[in-house]
Design a protein around this ligand. Structure first.
Ligand SMILES: Nc1ncnc2c1ncn2[C@@H]1O[C@H](COP(=O)(O)OP(=O)(O)OP(=O)(O)O)[C@@H](O)[C@H]1O
Length: 231
């Protein structure tokens, strides 16, 4: 459903993502791995349209997304949980969730669908509190809720377990498993090989902006980890 080919992007003159190609299918979790600074976040932002591609193609169910703004991509079914969560601390939990429907004013007026609060009951309890009052784990739930409120078919997750307590990390693994069972395609940036093996079906390894290894998660072996992932 998502096919990326020959994708290049960066900042000014500096090219960060170089000739990247891969595809994602419904109901599969693909883990994007790589050392710090290799371009994982830049790749996700380019797929979302937050950063403009310099070259290449991002096709979504056959349609070319390059040139489309992020709002059109969100409306088309792509959800994004950014690194560091990017919760608005002064807005309420409910207002933060509704930001996920900015691209869709009609649905926004209908309010937060019951299904979102059923999935995240703690957010329902805290819906009138300020986003900044939530714990790190609750803020991560809020970032997921904001991405899921538009009922996306694909989710881009940028290090959702970063800085999260181990017991909440297990909740995130469970949630990703549920989303996969519901048929979402998931592209997950993750540093932990253990978590990747637990949560993903497939992996991509990025090094200096290029995909240097990919395959089924069972094929993520020690030589790949040693060459491209350990510091
Ligand atoms: N806004 C920016 N302007 C200029 N250079 C940037 C910008 N954001 C990132 N970079 C540079 O682009 C390169 C790739 O950064 P990116 O954040 O995509 O890597 P990453 O693999 O996600 O790293 P991390 O694991 O640390 O999150 C780095 O060299 C970084 O310094």
């Amino acid at each position: 459903m998502l096919t990326v080919s020959g994708l290049e992007s960066g900042y000014g003159e500096s090219m960060v993502v170089r000739d990247v190609g891969f595809s994602l299918a419904p109901g599969r979790v693909t883990c994007l791995m790589g050392r710090n600074g290799v371009g994982k976040t830049t790749l996700l932002k380019t797929i979302m349209g937050v950063i403009r591609a310099k070259r290449g193609s991002v096709r979504w169910n056959g349609d070319e997304l390059i040139g489309e703004p992020p709002s059109r991509r969100a409306r088309g079914g792509i959800g994004y949980v950014p690194q560091g969560r990017e919760i608005f601390p002064q807005l309420t939990v409910e207002e933060n969730v509704l930001l996920g429907l900015e691209a869709n004013p009609k649905r926004r007026r209908a309010g937060v669908p019951a299904a979102v609060y059923e999935r995240f009951p703690a957010l329902y309890e805290m819906r009138s509190r300020r986003g900044g009052d939530l714990s790190g784990g609750q803020q991560q739930q809020l970032a997921f809720a904001r991405a899921l409120v538009s009922e996306p078919a694909m989710l881009l997750l940028d290090e959702p377990t970063e800085g999260i307590q181990p017991n909440i990390v297990m909740d995130i693994a469970r949630l990703i498993g549920e989303l996969r069972a519901e048929g979402l395609a998931v592209l997950l940036v993750e540093q932990s090989v253990t978590f990747a093996r637990e949560a993903a079906d497939a992996f991509l390894v990025l090094d200096k902006g290029t995909i240097v290894a990919q395959g089924a998660i069972e094929e993520l072996d020690e030589s790949i980890i040693h060459r491209h992932l350990t510091v």
